[in-house]
Design a protein around this ligand. Structure first.
Ligand code: PTJ
Length: 257
C-alpha cells in the first residue's frame, strides 16, 4: 500500500502494513492484528517515543542477557513480522538462541516463521516441529511446547509480545523473564522480571545498540545494574507518565485548526 510521505501518521501506518504483510505471508494470526491495535492504543498514550522508564528496563534487560549462561529469545508471529533482522542481530550480540514459540501453534506457521528468520540472517531457529518436544509445567496452551535445547534450559528468556500465562510459568521455573509490552497493566508486564514498556519496533534496535556498548562492561558492573533494578518502580513510572501526559493534554487546546 502506498502511504503519502507527508501523511501525519505515516510511521504508524507503515508498521501496520508490515503486520498485514506478515499476515499475508502466514507469519501473523488474525488475533495478532487485534493485539497490535491494543498496543497502538497504549503507544498513543505513551507518546509514541521511548521513555526513561523503558531505557532503564532496556539496560537491565541487556545486563541480564549478557550475564546469562543460556539466553533465549522467544519469537511469535508479530515479533517475526515487525523486527526479524533486529532479533537476529540481538541474538548475535548477546549470544542467545532464537526459538519459535506460538500461542496459536501450527506446523505451517512454525516453519514459515523459522524460514523468515533464516532469510533475515538466523543460523539456527529452535522450537520447530519435533524440536519442541519438552513442556513447561502447569501451562496448558500451545505455548507450553518448548525446545529442550532452548527455553527449557534457558536461565534468561526474552518474550516480546506475550500472553501472561507463560511468563508466570517461566518465572515459577526460576527463570529471568524479560517482556516487551506497551501495556504496563498486562499480566505479562506485571509477571515479568524486567518489563520494557515500549514498542518492539523501537525497543529491539535500542537493545542491539545497548548490547554492543555494554559488552565491554565488567560482570560486576552488569550484576550491579541488575541488583539495582526494580520492576515495580518501572511500571509505576510508566503509569505516572501516562497520567501526567493525559493531565497536561486535558488542560491544553486539543482541537486542530
Ligand atoms: O503468534 P502467536 O500465535 O504466538 O500469537 C501472538 C499474539 C500477539 C496474538 C498473542 O501472544 C496474544 O494474544 O497476545 P495478547 O494477549 O493480545 O498480548 C499482546 C500484548 O502485546 C498486549 O499487551 C499489547 O498491548 C502488546 N503489544 C501489541 N503490539 C505491540 C505490543 N507491545 C509492544 N510492541 C508492540 N508493537
Amino acid at each position: 500500500m502506498w502511504i503519502p510521505p507527508n501523511h501525519p501518521r505515516r510511521e504508524s501506518l507503515l508498521i501496520r502494513e508490515r503486520l498485514v504483510e506478515g499476515f499475508k505471508r502466514g507469519l501473523v494470526v488474525p488475533e495478532g492484528l487485534i493485539a497490535h491495535g491494543r498496543g497502538e492504543c497504549f503507544d498513543y498514550l505513551i507518546g509514541e517515543s521511548t521513555q526513561p522508564f523503558a531505557l532503564k528496563a532496556i539496560e537491565a534487560a541487556v545486563a541480564a542477557l549478557l550475564l546469562a549462561k543460556h539466553p533465549v529469545i522467544s519469537v511469535n508471529g508479530n515479533t517475526a513480522a515487525l523486527v526479524p533482522r533486529e532479533v537476529v542481530e540481538l541474538a548475535r550480540e548477546v549470544n542467545a538462541k532464537i526459538e519459535v514459540n506460538l500461542f496459536h501453534r501450527t506446523r505451517e506457521r512454525e516453519e514459515a516463521i523459522a524460514k523468515w528468520l533464516r532469510e533475515h540472517g538466523a543460523d539456527e531457529v529452535l522450537g520447530v516441529g519435533e524440536d519442541a518436544s519438552a513442556t513447561i509445567p502447569e501451562l496448558f496452551s500451545e505455548r507450553r511446547r518448548v525446545s529442550p535445547r532452548g527455553i527449557l534450559v534457558a536461565d534468561v528468556v526474552l518474550v516480546p509480545l506475550e500472553d501472561g500465562d507463560r511468563t508466570e510459568a517461566l518465572r515459577k521455573m526460576g527463570k529471568i523473564v524479560i517482556a516487551i509490552d506497551l501495556n504496563p497493566l498486562s499480566r505479562t508486564a506485571r509477571a515479568a522480571t524486567i518489563t520494557i514498556v515500549d514498542n518492539i519496533v523501537r525497543a529491539v534496535p535500542l537493545m542491539v545498540a545497548k548490547a554492543r556498548e555494554m559488552k565491554k562492561c565488567s560482570r560486576s558492573s552488569l550484576e550491579e545494574i541488575l541488583r539495582n533494578y526494580d520492576n515495580n518502580q518501572v511500571l509505576q513510572e510508566a503509569l505516572r507518565h501516562i497520567l501526567n501526559r493525559l493531565k497536561e493534554l486535558s488542560e491544553s487546546k486539543l482541537t486542530l485548526s
